[in-house]
Design a protein. Structure first.
Length: 288
């Protein structure tokens, strides 16, 4: 009986450890042993996320991470999300060399993030640029009238409801919103001109929000070279004395949700959808 109890106790402890590793892998695997080049992927819609900023900060203070390779494949996202990661990469570059590699798309907020890297590499077919800002609004006043819905909102000022889909925009609100978008567009262009050596003519060309190929981006001074991750590693080896044998290892910016987190998230989706839409903010994303 004692032997059976010990066996079951051992199996219970082992099952607990395995379950803990499955649910909280980051607790048991803090990082890599030996020097390496950290590769982080910025893929899909870009938004402000505390975890990804903490991850970049951890890389900055990891003595084994000798350099960072940022791979971007994103059409953009929120202005705040782009600025957050841009600033994090600028701080990271003060600690160790950073290089950017663009994938299929690195546009709008995706390109803003690339500006946080001192050296940018694009594929000739990369869709990039799209330097611009837009505010996603919907005018549902006619639809509301057809189905008998009227706004009953009470606002403290004439511009408080300027973004409401149930309020018809006035000339005053249109000017107000356009000025806001233009202000952020000028901010975006400042990031470009402060980080890229471009002529006034080049800035004029890209300031209308157009997207360009990687080859055209090189001509306009938006990127430094055409290539891929191998090109990026060669640049690190040549210009920053990174060992040619240093492995490139993926560091996940935001951990993948486990089964229980996905189920819990799906249950909250309907409840949080409205709040998420309202919190989106100004968009810097490629519009097909």
């Amino acid at each position: 009986m004692d032997r059976a109890r010990r066996r079951w106790r051992f199996m219970a402890i082992l099952a607990f450890i395995l379950l803990s590793i499955f649910l909280f892998p980051g607790f048991y695997f803090k990082g890599y042993v030996g020097d390496y080049i950290a590769r982080v992927d910025v893929v899909g819609f870009i938004s402000s996320d505390k975890e990804q900023l903490e991850t970049l900060n951890n890389i900055a203070h990891d003595p084994h991470a000798k350099a960072v390779m940022v791979y971007i494949d994103s059409p953009g996202g929120t202005m705040v999300g782009g600025v957050d990661i841009y600033n994090a990469l600028r701080r990271l570059n003060e600690q160790k060399p950073v290089v950017c590699v663009m994938g299929t798309t690195a546009a709008s907020a995706g390109y803003m993030i690339a500006l946080g890297c001192p050296y940018i590499i694009a594929n000739p077919g990369t869709l990039t640029g799209s330097i611009g800002v837009f505010m996603p609004l919907v005018d549902a006043t006619e639809l509301a009238n057809k189905i008998g819905v009227q706004s009953a909102s009470v606002a403290s000022g004439s511009l408080k409801m300027a973004t409401s889909p149930l309020e018809k925009q006035t000339n005053e609100s249109k000017v107000y919103l356009k000025n806001m978008v233009d202000d952020l567009q000028n901010t975006f262009l400042e990031y470009v001109t402060n980080n890229r050596q471009m002529t006034d003519k080049q800035v004029e060309i890209i300031s209308d929000g157009r997207a360009v190929t990687g080859r055209r981006a090189l001509e306009l001074g938006l990127v430094d070279a055409l290539g891929d991750v191998i090109t990026a590693k060669k640049w690190l080896v040549k210009h920053h004395s990174i060992s040619h044998d240093a492995p490139v290892r993926d560091v996940v910016l935001v951990h993948e949700r486990n089964f229980f987190e996905k189920v819990f998230s799906s249950l909250l989706f309907v409840e949080n959808f409205s709040a998420k839409m309202q919190a989106t903010g100004m968009m810097a994303t490629l519009k097909p």
